[in-house]
Design a protein around this ligand. Structure first.
Ligand code: NAP
Length: 345
């Protein structure tokens, strides 16, 4: 007799109607290892989830979902900095608030990012000019094949724009169990983005930056509790300068961000907006009306709706600008992660 499936809807922020054979929680590295090994013994695929805020479940998952709920925050103070050891299952925004409540600034630009601390290094979360890598001291991983624990220092994590080693060599067979953060006591505000530029660098406080970031995010980004979503659906494309200049000739108002390597970052949201796609809907999925980079589960969307919409968006942008967007969201099939670009191409 087949076992009933268990709904995953409440464990991912997109809130799509997918199910799994089994959903379990792990509150320690030992529990996580045990769950992984017992799924291996049953020959089931495993999906480890934190807040489920950057995944698209394409269909029912044919295996065991392990919710990483390893908690705990330890703080060590040194002369120049605070050092935090944070369990992977801690909620990221609660961590940001905690550090500010205890006068340890440095995470305020990263306020209100959904998800868990242990997921932050995977895509090197970033917002308003600050990325996880700027505060990361180390990432602790569990090698699920032999139970060994390993500490990767920040410069061993191959951090890049929404990139890290945890999407590549340390993706399969490893689980992140904790992160180590270093917050410099000599606080420097990062005010280059959006409304933050209106703040006075001489008098601004970490709390004022936190409040401004929360205000901007709440005004532009959909609350997953209201409309399911996974944040930015696509990465901002980084293109050769000649490509960016060619587009700019036709669209002089296009935002344009030169990178240290000579290439140029374009704003994917702007490209999508120029294709008049805000509010575009397929089935129950829609392009968010305030921020075109976010696809939302507007009304009982299925994964097929979201995929069809993402394909349409990518096609329109590609045909208009000859720039082919890549999803930032990770696509999960019945057996595990698949190449998202391949699905949309
Ligand atoms: P925005 O201000 O509309 O700007 C659009 C894009 O232009 C941003 O994605 C940002 O790239 C880039 N940009 C803006 N100002 C810049 C500057 N001074 N220097 C370099 N690049 C600049 O962006 P938004 O959508 O409201 O988002 C604000 C911040 O929150 C961004 O950093 C964004 O990445 C982050 N965010 C991330 C997610 C996610 O799911 N990953 C969701 C929402 C917002 P960057 O993305 O490289 O910063």
């Amino acid at each position: 007799m087949s076992k009933p499936l268990t709904s995953l809807r409440e464990y991912t922020t997109f809130a799509l109607p997918a199910q799994a054979e089994r959903i379990v929680q792990a509150d320690s590295a030992a529990a996580l290892l045990m769950q992984w090994q017992s799924a291996q013994a049953r020959q089931q695929p495993v999906l480890i989830l934190g807040g489920g805020s950057n995944v698209l479940l394409m269909e029912d998952f044919a295996g065991c979902v392990i919710l990483n709920r390893i908690l705990g925050i330890q703080v060590r103070e040194e002369a120049q900095s605070w050092h935090l050891h944070v369990g992977a299952g801690e909620n990221w925004h609660d961590l940001v608030r905690y550090t500010l409540d205890y006068a340890m600034p440095g995470l305020e630009n990263l306020a209100l990012i959904p998800g868990c601390a242990g997921s932050a290094p995977i895509q090197n979360i970033g917002a308003y000019g600050v990325e996880f890598q700027h505060v990361c001291e180390y990432v602790d991983v569990l090698d699920l094949r032999n139970g060994d624990q390993q500490r990767l220092l920040a410069d061993e994590c191959a951090f890049g724009y929404r990139e890290s080693i945890f999407k590549h060599g340390y993706r399969d067979g490893y689980a992140i169990i904790a992160v180590g953060l270093r917050l410099n006591k000599c606080w420097q505000p990062h005010l280059s983005y959006g409304d933050l530029a209106r703040l006075d660098v001489a008098t601004v406080t970490p709390r004022a930056v936190f409040d401004a970031v929360c205000q901007m995010r709440r005004s532009k980004l959909p609350d997953p509790a209201q409309s399911g979503n996974a944040g930015s659906f696509f990465k901002n494309p980084v293109v050769e300068e000649a490509t960016a200049l060619a587009i700019r000739q036709q669209y002089p108002q296009m935002p344009y961000y030169p990178q240290p390597d000579g290439r140029v970052k374009l704003a994917a949201g702007w490209l999508i907006d120029r294709c008049a796609l805000k509010g575009w809907r397929i089935g129950g999925a829609a392009v968010h009306r305030q921020q075109a980079l976010v696809l939302i589960n507007e009304e009982h969307a299925t994964a097929a709706d979201v995929i069809a919409l993402a394909r349409h968006v990518r096609q329109c942008v590609g045909e208009t600008f000859a720039v082919w967007l890549e999803p930032e969201v990770r696509f999960i099939s019945a057996q595990g992660e698949v190449d998202a670009v391949g699905v949309l191409a």
